[in-house]
Design a protein around this ligand. Structure first.
Ligand SMILES: [Zn+2]
Length: 152
C-alpha cells in the first residue's frame, strides 16, 4: 500500500523491504519479526493478529506520498538525506561503484557522471544522478527540511 514511500525510504538509504502484493498478514508480520523491521502498513487489521505485538507496527492512512512521509516522521526520527541513493530502489541491495562494462550500458550523455555512477550488484541496474534522481532528491530535501529533527 505504501510501496512508493518504501522506494523513497530506499532512496534515503534505509534498508526497506516492500511486501509483494497479496502477501498474507501473517507472512508479513513474520517477515518483519524475523528481519527485525518496523512494519509500515495502511491496514489497521494487521493489529488483530496476536503476532503483530512482536514487532513495531506503524499504521499510516493512505494520504498521498507527501502526507504519508509527513505522518511517518511523527513516528520515526528519519533522516531523509542519511545516505541518498546508496541502495537499489527495486530490490534494496546496497549499490557499488559502476564498472566500465556497466557504464557502457547507459546513455552516452549519462556517462559524464563518472564516479557518481553506481550499479546494483543484484539486478545490474545502473544508477546515475540524472533528472529522475534529481526529482527524487528534491523531494527528500523538502521532507528533510520539514523534519522535526532538523535542528538537532
Ligand atoms: Zn537491484
Amino acid at each position: 500500500m505504501h510501496a512508493r514511500l518504501g522506494r523513497y525510504l530506499r532512496a534515503a538509504g534505509y534498508d526497506t523491504a516492500i511486501a509483494a502484493g497479496g502477501l498474507e498478514d501473517r507472512a508479513l508480520i513474520s517477515q518483519a519479526v524475523t528481519e527485525g523491521r518496523v512494519l509500515l502498513t495502511g491496514d489497521r487489521h494487521i493489529l488483530s493478529h496476536r503476532a503483530s505485538r512482536e514487532t513495531e507496527v506503524i499504521i499510516l492512512p493512505p494520504n498521498g506520498l507527501d502526507g504519508s512521509a509527513e505522518a511517518l516522521m511523527t513516528f520515526l526520527p528519519l533522516n531523509w538525506l542519511m545516505a541518498p541513493f546508496s541502495r537499489c530502489l527495486i530490490d534494496n541491495t546496497p549499490l557499488r561503484p559502476a564498472g566500465d562494462e556497466d557504464i557502457r550500458r547507459i546513455p552516452v550523455d549519462a556517462r559524464a557522471f563518472g564516479d557518481r555512477i553506481n550499479v546494483c550488484p543484484e539486478c545490474r541496474r545502473v544508477y546515475w544522478p540524472g533528472s529522475h534522481f534529481k526529482r527524487m532528491r528534491r523531494k527528500l530535501e523538502t521532507w528533510q527540511a520539514a523534519s522535526p529533527e532538523v535542528d538537532g
